[in-house]
Design a protein around this ligand. Structure first.
Ligand SMILES: [Zn+2]
Length: 138
């Protein structure tokens, strides 16, 4: 085996190496630890619709008949980061990494990373409007 310096080993790392489906599920399970409810009427999402929810597709409420995106009513709504980026930013932020270092890894500029960090911090300040949420683990 050839000797490889640690810097060379990690230099090509990108969040594209992470499994987006697993990262989405990981984030959503932490955002909705006590189940998912319609952000408009509060009706619990039926168990048979949870896989669709975890797939990130548009959801349909059988009670009020309205559609909603998975992150609606949460501080992460409308973000352009991938779920892999969100996981990496949350992880590296919790390790105390500098915003510019995080930006290099997720391939976004520091101000964009700071914006997501504010959203992540907002998760711990107040629960999202979704009535199924009472806490988060970020
Ligand atoms: Zn509803």
């Amino acid at each position: 085996m050839q000797h490889v310096a640690l810097e060379d080993l990690v230099s090509g790392f990108t969040t594209e190496l992470l499994d987006e489906d697993k990262c989405r599920r990981w984030v959503l399970e932490r955002l909705f630890p006590e189940g998912v409810a319609c952000p408009m009427c509060g009706h619990p999402l039926p168990e048979k619709r949870m896989e669709r929810f975890y797939s990130g597709r548009v959801n349909f409420c059988p009670e009020c008949k309205r559609k909603y995106r998975t992150l609606r009513g949460t501080p992460l709504r409308g973000t352009h980061f991938t779920y892999a980026d969100i996981v990496m930013i949350a992880l590296l932020t919790s390790f105390g990494c500098h915003v510019n270092d995080i930006g290099r890894i997720v391939n976004h500029l520091g101000p964009a990373v700071k914006g997501l960090q504010r959203r992540l911090h907002a998760l711990s300040e107040k629960p999202p409007r979704n009535k199924g949420v009472t806490q988060n683990n970020f």
